[in-house]
Design a protein around this ligand. Sequence first.
Ligand SMILES: NC(=O)c1ccc[n+]([C@@H]2O[C@H](COP(=O)([O-])OP(=O)(O)OC[C@H]3O[C@@H](n4cnc5c(N)ncnc54)[C@H](O)[C@@H]3O)[C@@H](O)[C@H]2O)c1
Length: 331
Amino acid sequence: MKKNLLVTGGAGFIGSNFVPYFLTKYPEYNLINLDKLTYAGNLSNLAEITANDRYKFIQGDICDRKLIEKIFEDDEINGVIHFAAESHVDNSISGPGEFIRTNVNGTFTLIDVARLAWKGTQNRFHHISTDEVYGSLGETGLFTETTPYAPNSPYSASKASSDLIVRAYHHTYGMNVVTTNCSNNYGPKQHNEKLIPTIIRKALTGEKIPVYGDGKNIRDWLYVEDHCTGIDLAFHKGRSGETYNIGGRNEKVNIDIVKGICQILDEKKPRSDKRSYSEQISFVTDRPGHDRRYAIDATKIENELGWKAKENFESGILKTIHWYLQNAGNK
Ligand SMILES: NC(=O)c1ccc[n+]([C@@H]2O[C@H](COP(=O)([O-])OP(=O)(O)OC[C@H]3O[C@@H](n4cnc5c(N)ncnc54)[C@H](O)[C@@H]3O)[C@@H](O)[C@H]2O)c1
C-alpha cells in the first residue's frame, strides 16, 4: 500500500528540518506538507526538496475543514505528523486568540477529519507537543510522562488542550495516536524571534542582546536533528495511545547560554573593535508568568524505542552558530 504522509507545519523550524530528513530516509513515502505560511513559515528552508517528486506543498490552514477533507481524499492520506501551531510564548501573551484557534481548533479539525476518513483503520496520527504543558519545575526533579499537566501560558494551555483532544480520540474512537512532548529545540532554520537566533543576530548586528529577568531561567535544550530522529522512532515504533518525552539532558541557565554564544562568536567572528560580544548583554523586564525551570526525563523513549540524542549542547551550539554565520540575513 502506498504511504502518503501528511505533515502539517512543515515550513516551520522543526518541520523544515524534519521533512528533508524523512523524505531522504524513506523512499517508500510520499509526503504532503500543509502549511499556512504564517510569519513563522519559510519555504526557502525547504529549497533542497522542492523538486522531489515524492513531495508536495499545499498552502492552507489546519482549521479549514473542507480543505483537509479534500487533501485526505485526493492524496489518500494514511499517516499524519502534526507540527503546525502558533509556537511563540510572547505572542500568546499579547494575542492568545490565534493560539486557541490554530492549536486547539486546528488540531481538533485535523484529527476529526482523520477519524472520519480512516474509519477505524490503524493509520497513525502523531501529535507534536511540548514539555511546557507540565508547567514549571523547582530546583530539582524532571518532567516524566506521568507528570500532571499544569500549563501556565496561553501557548502551553493551548498545546495541553490539543494533547488532551488527541488522547481522547484514542480512548473514545480507538484511533492509533502517539504524542511526543519535547524540550526547547535549537538548530538551523529557527525563526529569528526565538532565544538562540535572537542572541546570535543581535550580537552580529551590534544591538543590545536582551535577557529576560535575572537570566537564571533554566531550559533543557534539544538539537533539532535529535528531535527528528525521536519523532521518526515514535511515529514508526511508539505504542498507540502513548506519550513520549524527548529531551537532550542538556539543562542550561539562560545567561550561561548567552555568555557561551558570545564567547564562541568572539572566536569565530570577532567584533571589529575586538571587544567581547558579552558587552552587548542587557537585562530586560521579565516575561509575565515566566516558568523558572523545565527539564525532561527521556528514559521512556530511550529504553522503549532505543532513542538517544547524538548532540550535547556544546557540539549542537557550534553547529548552530556555524549555520547562522553561513546563512546571515536568513529569516
Ligand atoms: N521549537 C521548539 O522548541 C518546540 C519545543 C516543543 C514543542 N514544539 C512544537 O513543535 C511544533 C513545531 O514547532 P516550531 O518551532 O517548528 O514552530 P514554528 O512556529 O517555527 O512553525 C510553525 C509552522 O506552522 C505553520 N502554521 C501556523 N498556523 C498554521 C495553521 N493554522 N495552519 C497551517 N499551518 C500553520 C506556520 O506557517 C509554520 O510554518 C509545534 O507544534 C510546537 O508547539 C516546538
